[in-house]
Write a protein that binds this ligand. Structure first.
Ligand code: PLP
Length: 407
């Protein structure tokens, strides 16, 4: 991406012009949520101003138009993930709800006391707690894939964890703390050799890496709209049709039924079986707009730009005395977690904020990972397509100043 292209992209994101404490905003908290391009915000406005009516059950014009837009959005998501068919796309509130849905419905259909669920040490709490809750409910065991010294999952240990009691593997594609890109295709193959299905948490992957769920052979793949330039409150569960058809509904209500009597209810077909109640049809259309935005720029272009930022940022951070980069995998996404000497990450984050720089500090909802590494948390700079090397330069200057004050 050249300078001119980058400037055009930045102009699509009005918030980047904001002043924070009279300083230019430098937004390096993209792992938590990304900023929104004008096209996405305008889509939301257009939805509420011109297309708003409840979907699926209306004969009138607006309802039909809103239904069409929502179902077109489903097709856009299916194409984005290269799903075999659009009925395999379930809209949820986000990654968290998608994982809870699978843990609940898959757990109900396939799990019993003594069974095991395999997750990894680098999971977000969203991919730990729903499985823990299932384990408590059913008397099952949570098994954890450890990692090697260079913060990559230990595949030998992974192979040894799988056995006839393993019902499902649920792992992140990209770690939100370490940036590690896990070899999920290989890990899925290993699990499938023992007929074990795999859920991939793609929350930190889809904004940065082209994903093809069929090539990966993922059984479930989940992500959140707000981390890929879309709105909050909308996300996606992809599931293989055959598996989804075997799962009971997650929630009951309107939309998900075929017939209801007080004696018995029969359920709707996919995808509606898993979409009880009025869905976020404005959110889904805005998410589709975000995916089109990303596709117009091209995920390969985005990945290569972010990789440059990762390399440059890592190299510049190493200028700082006492710098310790947390996350040293060979294959890394544009996330840099770090600690400096004995300075608490919170103090660094607070002072950087006063200079207009937004980074995240703490355990990043991955407390077991921080515990395993014996650290209180990290400072995390996570980059997006609109970030620049100049911003990294300003960040390094600010960080040197802040470190000087705290040492
Ligand atoms: N999984 C990973 C790897 C994440 O980074 C996050 C959010 O930071 C989540 C899951 C949860 O996403 P959400 O809060 O959008 O449901």
């Amino acid at each position: 991406m050249n300078k001119q292209e980058l400037e055009l992209i930045r102009a699509d994101f009005p918030i980047l012009q904001e002043k924070i404490y009279n300083k230019d905003l430098i937004y390096f908290d993209n792992g938590a949520t990304t900023q929104k391009p004008r096209a996405v915000v305008e889509k939301i406005e257009e939805g509420y101003y011109h297309l708003n009516a409840n979907i699926h059950r209306g004969v009138h014009y607006l309802s039909q138009k809103a239904t069409e837009a929502h179902e077109d959005a489903r097709t856009t998501v299916a194409e984005f993930l290269h799903a075999a068919n659009r009925e395999e796309i379930i809209f949820t509130r986000g990654t968290t709800e998608a994982i809870n849905l699978v843990a609940s419905s898959f757990g109900e259909a396939f799990c019993k006391a003594g069974d095991e669920v395999v997750v990894s040490v680098m999971e977000h709490h969203s991919n730990i707690v729903p499985w823990q809750m299932l384990c408590e409910r059913k008397g099952m065991k949570l098994r954890v894939i450890p990692m090697t010294e260079n913060t990559e999952l230990d595949l030998d240990a992974y192979r040894l964890l799988l056995n006839s009691r393993t019902r499902i593997v649920s792992i992140t594609h990209v770690s939100n703390v370490l940036g590690t890109v896990n070899p999920v295709a290989e890990m899925i193959k290993i699990a499938h050799a023992q007929n074990i299905p795999v859920l991939i948490d793609g929350a930190q992957a889809v904004p940065h890496i082209p994903v093809n769920v069929v090539e990966l052979d993922a059984d479930f793949y989940v992500f959140s709209g707000h981390k890929i330039y879309g709105p909050t409150g909308i996300g996606v569960l992809y599931g293989k049709e055959k598996l989804l058809n075997q799962l009971p509904p997650y929630q009951g209500g309107g939309e998900m039924i075929a017939t209801v009597t007080f004696e018995k209810t029969t359920y709707n077909e996919l995808p509606f079986k898993f979409e009880a109640g009025t869905p976020d049809y404005i959110g889904s259309t805005a998410l589709a707009e975000a995916l089109r935005y990303v596709q117009n720029i091209g995920l390969e272009n985005i990945a290569s730009h972010e990789h440059e930022l990762l390399e440059y940022g890592t190299q510049r951070l190493m200028e700082i005395e006492g710098m310790r980069i947390i996350g040293t995998a060979e294959n890394k996404s544009a996330v840099i977690s770090f600690l400096v000497g004995n300075i608490h990450p919170y103090d660094l984050g607070m002072l950087l904020d006063k200079l207009g720089i937004a980074v995240r500090t703490g355990h990043h909802c991955a407390q077991p990972l921080c515990d395993a590494m014996g650290i209180p948390g990290t400072v995390r700079a996570s980059f997006a397509l609109y970030n620049t090397k100049e911003e990294i330069d300003a960040f390094i200057t600010a960080l040197k100043r802040v470190v000087g004050m705290l040492q």
